[in-house]
Design a protein around this ligand. Structure first.
Ligand SMILES: Nc1ncnc2c1ncn2[C@@H]1O[C@H](COP(=O)(O)OP(=O)(O)OP(=O)(O)O)[C@@H](O)[C@H]1O
Ligand SMILES: [Mg+2]
Length: 354
């Protein structure tokens, strides 16, 4: 059950979704993505559209309130978020203030697809690194802090490289920490991609059809070992000084995606790009289920456009096998080719009705 009050354009809401597929339809601007954003906010504690707190609060309200009961784990949990225009955000987990944000994030896991995620297929490597890093943070409790250590050292080194008067010794003082943390980050990404690769290629083949093979590979800037990173930092030191930033290290890694052995970014069609991203998300769902023992909630914003009828059908077949609770929005419910386990909701001007 989700209750919302004062969130975006949503009318006061008591939303009781079905256990499996929830199809949310309505016209453009009705509030479908707002509803999905409310659900996602309860898991991620941030807007997937990058909106600030003020933008989330309804224009006629001073506060927004989200309240949900999540079942499916060992015991149900109650989540409550209150957003005010001037006060701090107030969080409650099972009627108490949560001790840390990681406890919150462990309580509810979600996998999200929204139109901006198409950048995973067509954007730069930073998008794909972020995709890997967010997943690693969910399955490995210390990955986030190791990555933060690496990024902090990298920022400090780059700041010094931009200062003409900086001592070389001070710049190089960061190399040891960059090599050590960088090797941990790179190895974790390499292992994750090994685990993801068969799942992504299978999901892509199942939806798109088998005669267009997708290749998925870790493309590190430097081999992820302490020795290799140390060496790369040493040998490119003069160049780093000249360009004013550190070129080599896992901050240059990529998750390479190839179709017919050509880079998918500049080569794929729109439908292929969308299918690649959906395959990445399906693989993420599968892996998180295996690692956490729970199927994450799947949120799909405007998922079906650009996929033809048969690929749409196959995508929903793949999802049916995943189990789990799914929320998906569409302007065209007839494109959602699901017959079973489906509850439909209509959104009109912020009002959600079953
Ligand atoms: N803070 C806010 N207060 C009130 N209304 C808001 C707020 N933020 C956005 N809106 C309104 O919400 C509507 C957009 O809702 P949403 O993005 O959920 O639409 P949608 O149903 O997903 O449409 P589409 O099919 O075009 O994606 C717009 O009409 C916008 O003006
Ligand atoms: Mg929308």
């Amino acid at each position: 059950m989700l209750r919302a009050r004062g969130f975006r354009n949503l009318a006061p809401l008591a939303f009781e979704p079905g256990p499996h597929f929830n199809v949310i339809h309505g016209d453009n601007g009705a509030g479908k993505s707002n509803l999905l954003e409310a659900i996602h906010y309860l898991g991620a504690l941030k807007s997937f559209r990058g909106a600030k707190r003020d933008d989330l609060i309804g224009l006629d309200s001073d506060t927004a309130l989200l309240d949900a009961t999540i079942s499916g784990g060992a015991a149900p949990h109650k989540l409550r978020v209150e957003l005010g225009r001037s006060e701090r955000r107030r969080l409650q987990l099972d009627q108490k203030r949560p001790r840390s944000s990681s406890i919150w994030h462990q309580t509810v896991q979600m996998v999200l697809f929204h139109p901006g995620d198409l950048m995973l297929a067509v954007g730069g490597p930073d998008r794909r690194r972020a995709f890997l890093d967010r997943m690693l943070e969910q399955i490995d409790p210390i990955y986030g802090s190791t990555l933060a250590t690496y990024e902090k050292a990298l920022r400090s080194r780059n700041r010094l490289l931009k200062e003409p008067s900086a001592e070389r010794r001070s710049v190089r003082a960061y190399d040891a920490i960059l090599s050590k943390a960088g090797a941990v980050v790179g190895k974790a990404r390499a292992r994750l991609i090994d685990d993801l690769e068969p799942r992504v290629t299978r999901a892509f083949a199942e939806v798109f059809g088998g005669d267009t093979p997708l290749g998925v590979r870790y493309l590190p800037r430097v081999e992820p070992t302490e020795e290799a990173i140390t060496q790369a930092l040493e040998s490119s030191f003069e160049k780093d000084c000249a360009r004013g930033f550190t070129a080599d290290g896992p901050h240059g890694d990529d998750l390479e995606l190839r179709l017919h052995d050509v880079g998918a970014r500049h080569h794929g069609s729109q439908g292929q790009h969308r299918t690649i991203v959906l395959a990445l998300k399906t693989a993420e769902l599968d892996l998180l289920t295996e690692r956490t023992g729970r199927v994450p909630i799947l949120l799909l914003d405007d998922v079906s456009s650009e996929l033809d009828r048969s690929r749409n059908r196959r995508f929903f077949e793949v999802l049916s096998h995943a189990g789990g609770q799914v929320f998906l929005t569409t302007t065209h419910p007839e494109f959602i080719l699901l017959e079973n386990d489906r509850v439909d909701f209509q959104v009109d001007d912020g009002c959600v009705t079953r």
